[in-house]
Design a protein around this ligand. Structure first.
Ligand SMILES: [Zn+2]
Length: 294
């Protein structure tokens, strides 16, 4: 079992421990559960879907990296496929707080990067902050997304975000998690550049059209990609680097072992991720960073 789960494991009931052990007991557990795995867990533990998502929250929160707040937030996103995706907050010392990742953003981005096309619900251990309510309103699930908290009734995003402003108030644009391919091309034989380009082509930037993606390579040669997720209210937008760091953290990668990073964006885009990406990567100890433009 990964070290991050050791402290919390004793707080899980024995029946649920038995049900979860075949998955969470593995060192290569990737912070998600498939529908088949969930069925088996429900059968052994006797938990229903709702109780299981709530019971997984302490394990999701154990993935949190919060050196500033020491406030550990976990989230579980349920996709329309039936799969469950963990998410946790991430904070970075040495850069502005704007670089912070919230647990809901983490779970949603995790699901998106794994190819989930729509989310049904999100379960969180604390009430979602205003920033996350706005971030969630960018999803193609809209305000019908179900939001669950411990000891609260089932509510939807519409309850948490009344009089909502969102993408539907603007132009007729793709929504977050809609399948897109922007079709940008770069002549390259470099697998890291190609991975960053692929991420760019799946990114969400309907307001600025400044699509971007990133690919990170760690000391073991593993590649992690991230896509820009723009928001109708602009500020809750999630940069491509944060997206990649979310995935890296979820699969238990070490965000301080990035050896090389490639950012892809448009040469003439209105926005650039370059300077912010450079500053956050440098505090994470990565100095080999390239910008490739289309
Ligand atoms: Zn939040």
């Amino acid at each position: 079992m990964q070290a991050r789960f050791h402290a919390i494991w004793s707080e899980i009931t024995p029946k649920l421990q038995e049900a979860l052990l075949p998955y969470i007991g593995n060192d290569d557990f990737s912070a998600m559960l498939t529908t088949e795995q969930i069925e088996s867990i429900k059968q052994i533990s006797g938990f229903d879907d709702h109780a299981l998502a709530l019971a997984l929250l302490p394990l999701a929160a154990a993935c949190s990296i919060a050196p500033i707040s020491h406030f550990y937030v976990g989230a579980i996103a349920r996709g329309e496929s039936g799969n469950l995706y963990f998410g946790a907050n991430m904070e970075f010392t040495g850069v502005p707080l704007q670089q912070t990742v919230h647990a809901e953003q983490s779970a949603i981005t995790h699901a998106w990067l794994r190819g989930e096309k729509k989310l049904i619900s999100i379960t969180v251990n604390y009430s979602p902050c205003g920033h996350c309510r706005q971030f969630m309103n960018e999803l193609n699930s809209g305000t019908q997304l179900e939001v669950y908290l411990p000891d609260r009734p089932r509510l939807t995003l519409a309850d948490y975000l009344p009089e909502a402003f969102g993408p539907r108030d603007l132009t007729d644009t793709p929504l977050l998690l809609d399948t897109v391919n922007h079709g940008y091309q770069l002549a390259t034989n470099d697998s890291l550049v190609q991975a960053a380009l692929d991420a760019t082509n799946s990114s969400h930037a309907p307001y600025s059209q400044s699509h971007s993606g990133i690919a990170l390579q760690d000391a073991q040669g593993k590649i992690y990609t991230g896509r820009y997720a723009e928001n109708a209210a602009f500020n809750p937008s999630l940069p491509p680097l944060q997206s990649a760091l979310i995935f890296m953290n979820m699969v238990n990668g070490n965000c301080q072992s990035i050896k090389r990073a490639v950012l892809v964006e448009g040469a003439n885009s209105q926005l650039s991720q370059w300077n912010a990406t450079k500053s956050t990567l440098s505090v994470l100890g990565c100095t080999e960073l390239e910008r490739h433009t289309f």
